[in-house]
Structure formats: C-alpha cells, structure tokens
Design a protein around this ligand. Sequence first.
Ligand SMILES: C[S@@+](CC[C@H](N)C(=O)[O-])C[C@H]1O[C@@H](n2cnc3c(N)ncnc32)[C@H](O)[C@@H]1O
Length: 390
Amino acid sequence: MYLYQTGRQQELSIAEIEALAPSSSLKIVDDQFVAVDQAIRLKHMGGSLKQAFILDELADSSTASIKRRILSIDPTHLFAAEDKKYNFGISCYGLEIADNDINGIALELKKKLKKLDTPRKLRVVPTKNQALSNAQVQHNKLFDRNKGAELVLVKGRDGIIYLAVTTDTQNLDNYTARDMQRPNTDTFVGMLPIKLAQMLINLAKASPEKKGYVLDPFCGLGTVIQECAYAGIAAYGTDISPEMVRASEENLQWFTELKNVPANYTIETGDATSHTWSEPIQAVATEMFLGEPLKSLPSPEKVHELNTQSNQLLTKFLANIHGQIAVGTVLAIATPAWRIHNSFSSVISVDELQQLGYTYASFQHVDSTDLVYIRDNQQTGRRIMVLIKK
Ligand SMILES: C[S@@+](CC[C@H](N)C(=O)[O-])C[C@H]1O[C@@H](n2cnc3c(N)ncnc32)[C@H](O)[C@@H]1O
C-alpha cells in the first residue's frame, strides 16, 4: 500500500487517482493523504505531491510508542546499501508531537544505526513545523534509497497511524521550467497550470498504449500538448487563433528538443464548434476559453452573460465533436467557474448533456459534478467536467 499526499484540492487529486488506478481500493486517510494499493508514477500525476510506501499501521499515537516503533525499524527499508553516506529525516502529519521530540527520535535512530555491525554515515535533516519541506526532501534526495530516506507518519481520521517511507516527490524545479521557460507565455489568455494539464490528461484516461491522439480543441499555447509529449502520448491541438497555433508550435518545438522527446503532435487552426479533425481521437483534454482576466468580481449580470456565452460554446463544441469520437471516449474539460456568493456559476445541466449524448464519468469517492479548481484569491476558477460519450 502507498500513501499519496494530495494537492490543495483533494477532490480533484482523488478523481485523478481513481482514473489512474481504477481497480485499486482507495482509502481517504485525512484531508491531505489517501492510501492506494498501487504504485502510480508520480512524475505524470498533477494532483499528488508525494508518494510513500506504507511499512506499518500503528494503533497507539503516544510519542513513546512511535519512538519504540521507529527505533525498531529494519534499516533495509530505509537505505539501499550499508557503507554509504545517507541523509534522513522524519515528517509527521496530524500527530501531536513537538519538533524537538521528532528530531530527538531521529538522533536516537542515527545512534542506533551507527552501532550496528554494518554502520552507515548518517546525517539527520532537521524537521521544522512537524514535517520536512519539499525542498529539503528534494535537495537531500530523501526519496532515493541510495542517497537518503524520509520517514512519514500520518494520523488518519480513524485514529490509525501510518508509518511510511517516501518513494517519490514532485520535482518543483522541473515544473517551473516546463511552465515559465517556454518561449511563448501569455497571462492574458491565462495559461493552464501544468499540474492541471496533467490532471486533465489523466482524467481523460489518455495513455501511450491507446491508439489515437489526445485532442485539445482550445489548445492556446499548447500546455496540454506539451504534457502529452512529456508522457509519450500523441496529441492533436487546434485553436481558432492562427497566432496561438504559431505560438504553441514554437513552444512544442522548444519542449521536445529540450526534453528530447518525440514530436508526436499535430497543431492546426480550427473553430472547435465546426472543425473536422482528421486524426483518430482517443480522448479529449482541454481548457475552454475563460474570458478576459478579472481583477474584481463582475456584477451578477456580467457573470450571467459570461456564463451563458461559455455554456453556448461548450454546447456547440460537444455537438460538433459527438459524431467524430467513439462511444466511451472520455472528455476532461476545464470550463470557467465564476464565484457567486458561496458557490459557482452553473454549467449546462445533466439533462442537456444527456440530450447532447454525454454522461458524467462517475467516481466512488468524489462528486463528479462538483470538481472546481480555484485559488483563494481568484475570481474565476475552473470547473472540471469529466464526460463520457454515450
Ligand atoms: C484559455 S485559452 C486555452 C489556454 C491553453 N490551455 C494554454 O495552456 O495555453 C482558450 C483558447 O481558446 C481559443 N478559442 C476561443 N474560441 C474558440 C473556438 N471557438 N474554437 C477554438 N478555439 C477557440 C482561444 O484562442 C484561446 O487560445
């Protein structure tokens, strides 16, 4: 079993995991972690920050009991070889334990491991605010058993304490490079966050093994195409604007050369409401037009107008593509969602979707009609619709 540390919007992270590990038994541990019986490649997941292999489940959350269990840990679970230098540290989530106690346990473990017949050169990475930062884990390579280890303790909602060892963590520098270093970036069209692009691709159940292209019919600067290239999936981007098509072609040329990945993509100009796509489509992953960036919340009338336009565009696109994809094709679509009181502007109804020939994908642990991606300070968020062609 593995623990996955989920992103800020846990529902979306859970939906992504369900799409990637459909047969697995997923258990929600708390509002930051889920347990899954499969190893999923974190590098291609947008919604999970850390993956850790579960070593044990403990019933007693007292510091003394946790210390006893950690000091009895089998060193082969932490380090690959015996005679090397290693860094290690401990992160706790949801436990009432002071940093001093965490660091004290780590130092005692260091002493104990040094006394073994096959001693190691160990250094403790100090924990602040209960857990090591992603930067500490990355910098000290604590996810790599040839370099170090991070022990993770998570207290679940049910009182069980999961003891795990980190097996992978999101590489934030790599994400920043894939985002900010692109030749063409544009804050006006509002580029899709890289992690959300990965989530859309996964929610659409796209895969390098499936035949056909992942279509992004509103491709903008090509974020979805780029992340498909990164995952080895053929991608097909179209956009109504020839400038956007040129810009995304430039971005993709830069990216495929930089990462030395095959340029398995096609980009062309096309109106999503009337275009005929010439390549076979395995899945749709896209972010629709979000409208102009808003500094303050528009009036209710303006929201109504923007929302109506967006829903019309979505309806026309869904009607146009319906005859061009096979039954069962999954479409993961980010549409704009404007804040209204404590809720969000509405999207086309389930009945309208039925009439257009689509249903919502269903998830076991989240409501598929209520997936919204928004930052606290944003007025416009994104509603993530995961639809299936009937
Ligand atoms: C929010 S942007 C997509 C951004 C993109 N996901 C990215 O990361 O750069 C929406 C795009 O939809 C395009 N667009 C608007 N109406 C369209 C239509 N009817 N058909 C195709 N593209 C359209 C715009 O030109 C714009 O590039």
